[in-house]
Ligand binder design. Structure first.
Ligand code: FE2
Ligand code: FE2
Length: 214
């Protein structure tokens, strides 16, 4: 998809992580979010192709989950673990900004940044256990001994589900209020993407990968 004819505000909403690129280049996607990317690049003397390449690099790799166990594990790590690691910090930063600037509004998602931060801490711990212990054991053919670790991972997934429900509640199911700024819209788009990715990630583990070892 060509991005040059979209506004920087639109790109901030449809492409999670774009706000990091814009911040790096001092592009104001919030107050001047209606400026087209091509126009913004021209006025700032930036190479449009290079800027577009940076933004396209944020797009997630394909969602097709391979059937073979080793390939499936590699897919889970590349498509989900690494993408969560890249996207959570930016969404947390957006939440802190929205909560700080709009704290007096009744519809401000108070507590969202701390919720996301706690969720990311728990997830990092969980993903590390999968990458360092569980997945290597699966690849080494240690089958029956994995029932205990797998059930602990599934309990973590249930706990994550409860936090996702709380995130949806705080954000009114990711529906931005009237008059919300581009940062607020980018935040809810990022939260919605995290929600979808985390649910798909858990589905691949609970319903496909883990079932092969139970
Ligand atoms: Fe995982
Ligand atoms: Fe997991």
């Amino acid at each position: 998809m060509s991005l040059e004819h979209l506004s920087v505000g639109e790109i901030a909403v449809i492409l999670p992580g774009a706000t990091t690129v814009f911040r790096r280049h001092k592009i104001d996607f919030c107050c001047k979010g209606d400026v087209l990317l091509a126009k913004e690049a021209e006025s700032r003397g930036l190479d449009l192709s290079a800027l577009e390449a940076e933004l396209h690099a944020l797009e997630a790799p394909g969602d097709h989950a391979p059937a073979e166990t080793a390939d499936l594990i590699a897919h889970i790590v590349e498509r989900y673990h690494k993408v969560h690691r890249r996207e959570f910090p930016e969404v947390i930063a957006l939440a802190r900004r929205v909560e700080s600037v709009h704290r007096d509004r009744a519809d401000c998602p108070h507590g969202l940044a701390n919720l996301l931060s706690d969720m990311f801490d728990d997830l990092e711990d969980h993903q590390h256990k999968e990458e360092a212990v569980l997945f290597p054991a699966m690849l080494n053919g240690i089958g029956p001994a994995l029932c205990g670790p797998i059930s602990r991972m599934m309990q973590d997934h249930d706990d994550l589900g409860a936090l996702l429900a709380f995130m949806a509640e705080l954000t009114d199911d990711f529906v931005v209020p009237d008059g919300a700024c581009a940062t607020w819209r980018a935040l809810y788009a990022g939260c919605s993407k995290l929600d979808m990715d985390l649910r798909e990630h858990v589905h691949l583990e609970n319903n496909i990968l883990f079932q092969r070892f139970l």
